[in-house]
Design a protein around this ligand. Structure first.
Ligand code: ADP
Ligand code: ADP
Length: 222
């Protein structure tokens, strides 16, 4: 499902954020990516989501070589992926419902289908009763759950999360991880960048460690 072969990423300023990273994640698997700030975790997720392009190496997602995707194909590719950020990137001048609906509106879904899917996604994260609320009136944990609902509303095959519990206390962090486990149990492939080692180790999923752009753990070797 996700395969990286000798992937390197050098940013235009010359900084090499990833060096010869190889890993594979099977369809339906769930894994964690750890490492200090600046280790390259976000960069790796951005390459998989085609937010950035690698400088070298090959990336296959769903059997598709990302190098051959044209700019026109990228939006279609992204529909198979849901992304969750630490600071959730919610729009504060729109309701919870409208925030979650956004990916579907962009994809041109019809209104009744949008309403059905948005409510299903909010139900999965336990926030159906907040659909008309403004994000600023929600707690940090609730805001993160809205971000997750928005990421899963189009039923992506792959969920990528970048420090999704970075701003949360241990109890809320555990709740958020349980949500990811549940999406994984119904078949979604999940890759989560996190430096919450205690929480990660309690979940019993494979973990790879990045250090200055290089992969240290061999758990997901292709
Ligand atoms: P992490 O998510 O593990 O904190 P990042 O992938 O964000 O790491 O960053 C890896 C390295 O690449 C860092 O040194 C960071 O400063 C650098 N970096 C990230 N994005 C850019 C960019 N757009 N341009 C230049 N350097 C970048
Ligand atoms: P530093 O940058 O301080 O040299 P590292 O980034 O290599 O350190 O990691 C710091 C410590 O945390 C190391 O001892 C490393 O083995 C440990 N560590 C980091 N990630 C994991 C993990 N996923 N599982 C177990 N230990 C980890």
């Amino acid at each position: 499902m996700i395969l990286l072969r000798n992937v390197s990423k050098r940013y235009p300023n010359g900084h090499e954020a990833l060096a010869r990273v190889s890993l594979s994640l099977d369809r339906g698997a769930m894994a964690f990516l750890t490492g200090h700030s600046g280790a390259g975790k976000s960069t790796l997720l951005k390459l998989i989501a085609l937010i950035e392009r690698p400088s070298r190496g090959q990336i296959l997602v769903n059997g598709q070589d990302l190098a051959v995707l044209s700019a026109r194909q990228v939006p279609y590719f992204r529909r198979r992926i849901g992304i969750i950020f630490q600071d959730h990137h919610l729009l504060h001048d729109r309701s919870v419902f409208d925030n979650v609906a956004l990916p579907l509106v962009i994809q041109g879904y019809r209104q009744p289908e949008i309403a059905r899917r948005v409510r299903a996604a909010l139900d999965k994260v336990g926030l159906l009763h907040k659909e008309q609320a403004e994000p600023v009136t929600l707690s940090t944990g609730e805001q993160q759950r809205v971000g997750i609902a928005r990421a899963v509303v189009h039923k992506p095959a792959i969920l990528l999360a970048d420090e999704p519990t970075g701003n949360l206390d241990p109890h809320l962090s555990r709740e958020i991880m349980q949500l990811f486990l549940r999406f994984n149990q119904v078949g979604t492939t999940v890759l989560i960048a996190s430096h919450d080692l205690d929480l990660i180790s309690s979940l019993g999923k494979p973990t790879v460690h990045l250090h200055e752009g290089q992969l240290q753990r061999r758990a997901l070797e292709p």
